[in-house]
Every structure is written in C-alpha cells, then in structure tokens.
Design a protein around this ligand. Sequence first.
Ligand code: NAP
Length: 276
Amino acid sequence: MSSVQVAVVTGSNKGIGLAIVRALCKQFPGDVYLTSRDPGRGQAAVAELQQEGLRPLFHQLDIDDLQSIRALRDFLKEKYGGINVLVNNAGIAFKVNDTAPFAVQAEVTLKTNFFATRNVCTELLPLMKPYGRVVNVSSMVSRSALAGCSQELQEKFRSDTITEEELVQLMTKFVEDAKKGVHKKEGWPDTAYGVSKIGVTVLSRIQARLLNEKRKGDHILLNACCPGWVRTDMAGPKAPKSPEEGAETPVYLALLPSNADAPHGQFVSDKTVKPW
Ligand code: NAP
C-alpha cells in the first residue's frame, strides 16, 4: 500500500473541477485524481494538464452510478488505505430557458446534486484519514433558496439536530411535491437547483456534526462552499470569475493546514464563513 497522500475531485474533466485539480497538482503534496464519468473526456483533460507540465492521475467516476462510486472506493482503499482530500464538485443545472417540466428538472437535478453527492459521501467518508479535508461544492443559491422556503422549512434546514434521514425525506418530498404540482403550496421555492444545493449545504452541516461525534480526535474538517459565479459551461460566458478564481475557495478548504481546527461544518464563500 502506498504511503503517498491522495486527493480526489469529482466531476473534474472541465470547469471548476478541472481548475481545482490544476491547483491541487501545484499545491497538494501527493497524488491528485481527476475523475470523470466519461473516460474519453477525462483522459483529454488529463492530457491538457500534462501539456502544462502537471501530473494528475485519472479514475472513472459517475456519481449517479453506485457501482462506479464503489469501484473508486475499493481502488483508493487498496492503493492508499484511505483518502486525504475529497472535493465533491460534480453537479448539474438546467439552463434558465430549458423547457423541461419543473417536475423533471426537480427529479433530475436532485438525483445528481443531492442524492448522488450523498452516495459519494456515504461510500467515501469512512475512508477519510486523520487530518482529512472534505469540500462539498454548494452555491450561494442555496442561501437565497433557503430564504424562499416557508418558515417551517427554514427552521428544519437551519436546525442543529436535523438528521441525514430527515434531510433525505425532505429532499424526496420536494421531488414528490414537484411531481404533484404542489411544491409552492408546500412551502418550497421555485428552483430545483436551489433546493438541491440547500440539500448539499445542510448535508455538510450534518456530516460535520457526525464527525465531531464519532471521530473527534481525527481532526477532519468538512465544509460546504460557493465558488462564486464562474465562467463555465454551466454558468455561461458572462460570469465574472475565471474557473481558476472559482477554484480558490474550494482549494483553500481542501488545503487547510493540519493545525487548523476551523472552519468546520460551515458554508464558506470567498474564503469567508457565511451565516446559514
Ligand atoms: P460544469 O462546467 O458544467 O462542470 C460540471 C462537471 O460535473 C463536469 O465535469 C460534469 O461532467 C460533471 N458531472 C455532472 N454530472 C456528473 C456525474 N453524474 N458524475 C460525474 N461527474 C458529473 O459546471 P461548473 O460550473 O464547473 O460547476 C462545478 C460545481 O460548482 C457544480 O457543483 C456547480 O453546481 C457548482 N457551482 C457553479 C457555479 C458557477 O457559477 N459555475 C456557481 C455555484 C456553484 P460532464 O462533462 O461529463 O458533463
């Protein structure tokens, strides 16, 4: 088994994920895995970074596919005995002018952004080594979507005692309410992406709490973050930040020094903890 440190970034064949891998290749003292659901797109991204003199490694990962997640888990366990840095970056968003019905957008968006990200966490968090760093890429949109929820939902999502099971039930209810056409009446905002990112932020708060309870002495730090509004295929060419600028906060959280005990369980934007 290798004693080399290892960092893994999901959805990193392009956009912010690729920029995170580029930065980690320069700053992280170990192996850095660029992952992609499509091996062809992944290998092309690896080749692009190699042209720049960087040496990322590649592993296939489709976060929507539990077998793919488990194959990566088994590979990392076998080769490295665990993980030092995990960045959950993979995500999707329907374009504003997409004509797909809201119920479809809700189901598809929640499937990847919340349920698949949770599956990655379920499989990979037990592998986190002491002093490990976990970064869940959420969005400022999670905060505006939270503000658009009913008071009752806001209280649940801000609760310090909400469980992962309760969160899963709420995310499932949102999809069901969208299918029945009653999501607004039930207190949800009119944004599937926003609700999916509420899920990512709240999941991060819950997971950080569980780490405090179960692995206090291991000094693992886990946070959610917003990269800012970034020029990628997802956000379009008008966004103010380059992918490299978008990578700054996730990379800062991924490389928090071993003597840091904060931030942990926070929502971080521009390297600053924001209120939830
Ligand atoms: P992007 O350019 O569209 O890249 C998204 C990446 O995620 C791609 O590599 C994509 O792979 C991958 N992906 C999607 N579904 C996947 C799956 N099932 N399994 C594995 N990989 C998957 O988007 P981005 O702007 O870089 O976004 C990265 C993250 O930042 C997302 O979580 C997004 O929600 C968040 N974010 C972005 C902004 C912004 O302004 N751009 C703002 C706030 C938050 P394919 O190439 O195969 O599709």
